[in-house]
Design a protein around this ligand. Structure first.
Ligand SMILES: Nc1nc2c(c(=O)[nH]1)N[C@H]1C(S)=C(S)[C@@H](COP(=O)(O)O)O[C@H]1N2
Ligand SMILES: [Mo]
Length: 262
């Protein structure tokens, strides 16, 4: 249960058509050593027209799963900005401010930004990159667990996990490989319920049961790999190298899990 950010913004006398409003700021009640609160902002026009849109999904949430939000997760009140990086989902919310400028919060200006693999701590200029808002497509293997035993006698393996993409992009396919990424098969998808906005905020679950590849022997290993594709046909890179960045963010390279054949 929660109220939409829109209703609070309009209760404050702000019109969604107000052209001077470009950013919605969320300001937390927690402060750093110098007394400055945690704060972040989201652009109203891009990642989330939703902040001021009647069909919007940005929430000021006070409950999670029917119970008050636990303090660790931002209770009594938290901004929930679906499809957007955790850093903008401000916990212990104290104030919402409409502004024509981006938040000057430390974590908005000097962290949660990605740079070229050729940029390191000595030559990076925080001002040269935009704050991360929406995110890239990711997927993970939840089952099997690393080092789990797969029986040759049973002859098959079930791979399960989740996929998700930023900005409300839906997941259209999840591919699973049992041989380290040489061959692939599409998994079955379980979609989260969609709402009236048509955006896919929640994780898509996937599952695939497959015969073990030919030539696999007891005592050997299988490398299970997964990659997802979103509705913009964006997919994940094979390795972290080409997306490496000094801060180590937005690494969405293939998730790999090795299992033992017995
Ligand atoms: N007020 C406040 N909100 C905050 C933060 C914070 O330090 N203070 N950290 C942010 C970051 S970087 C993340 S990843 C998420 C973590 O949310 P969680 O603890 O519910 O997983 O909270 C975000 N909201
Ligand atoms: Mo974070």
């Amino acid at each position: 249960m929660s109220c939409s950010a829109l209703s609070s913004v309009s209760a404050a006398g702000l019109s969604p058509d107000d052209a001077s409003v470009a950013h919605i700021h969320f300001i937390g009640l927690d402060v750093d050593e110098s007394g400055v609160p945690y704060m972040a902002s989201i652009p109203v026009h891009k990642v989330t027209v939703v902040a001021l849109d009647p069909r919007g999904d940005v929430l000021l949430a006070y409950e999670m799963n029917g119970a008050p939000i636990p303090r660790d997760h931002g209770g009594p009140l938290r901004a929930v900005v679906p499809g957007v990086v955790g850093a903008r989902n401000v916990k212990w919310l104290g104030r919402v401010v409409a502004s024509n400028e981006e938040s000057q919060g430390f974590w908005q200006q000097n962290d949660y930004k990605a740079f070229s693999p050729g940029t390191d701590w000595d030559n990076l200029d925080w001002k040269s990159a935009p704050a991360i808002q929406g995110l890239n497509v990711v997927s993970a293997i939840c089952l099997p667990a690393k080092g789990e035993e797969v029986s040759l006698e049973e002859g098959e393996i079930t791979v399960k996990g989740y996929a998700w993409s930023g900005g409300g992009s839906d997941i259209v396919r999840v591919d699973v490989s049992l041989d380290g990424g040489k061959t692939w098969a599409p998994a079955e998808l379980t979609k989260p319920p969609t709402n009236s906005s048509g955006r896919a905020w929640a994780k898509t679950l996937y599952s695939l049961t497959q015969r073990l590849p030919e030539g696999v022997e007891a005592g050997g290993k299988l490398e299970v790999v997964v990659k997802a594709t979103d509705e913009n046909y964006n997919t994940q890179p094979e390795s972290a190298g080409p997306v490496w960045n000094a801060r180590g963010v937005v690494n969405n390279s293939w998730h790999r899990v090795q299992v033992n054949v017995v």
